[in-house]
Design a protein around this ligand. Structure first.
Ligand SMILES: CC(C)(COP(=O)(O)OP(=O)(O)OC[C@H]1O[C@@H](n2cnc3c(N)ncnc32)[C@H](O)[C@@H]1OP(=O)(O)O)[C@@H](O)C(=O)NCCC(=O)NCCS
Length: 107
């Protein structure tokens, strides 16, 4: 019904120098959306990232995917800027979204 894929130790220039993890994919099958599964998968991903040393969890989402952008905004994610990718000679804009998953003072 859904899955999340996390990449530990994944840096990005927009995220900065601190240890970070990337949420490579989070997907909930359309039939099961709106039931809390996406939130639960995201929460678990944040916990896993933090327990593996990350201070930040980040992801990219297509600028035109308003549902996905709204979902992450509702979970407190901050838009850190644009990343571009090229597919078949066309440029597409993604937004890079991030959230702190661990306080810098924690060990
Ligand atoms: C985005 C996605 C992961 C959300 O999963 P979900 O299981 O439907 O989400 P949940 O039911 O757990 O939670 C939805 C929460 O987000 C909020 N939300 C969802 N869409 C929103 C929007 N457009 N604007 C504001 N809030 C939104 C809901 O209000 C809810 O929060 P609340 O419970 O505090 O009210 C899921 O819709 C999905 O996988 N979509 C397809 C992914 C996709 O398009 N991928 C392409 C590559 S990025």
């Amino acid at each position: 019904m859904g899955f999340a894929q996390l990449v530990l130790g994944s840096a990005h220039v927009l995220v900065g120098a601190e240890a970070a993890a990337k949420l490579n994919r989070l997907y909930v099958h359309e039939r099961f959306t709106g039931r809390g599964i996406g939130k639960a998968l995201l929460r678990r991903s944040e916990e896993l990232a933090a327990s593996n040393g990350a201070f930040t969890l980040w992801l990219t989402a297509w600028v035109g995917n308003h549902r996905v952008l709204g979902f992450y905004a509702s979970r407190g994610y901050t838009d850190l800027g644009a990343t571009m990718y090229v597919f078949q000679d066309e440029q597409f804009e993604n937004r890079l979204l991030a959230t702190p998953v661990r306080a810098p003072t924690e060990t």
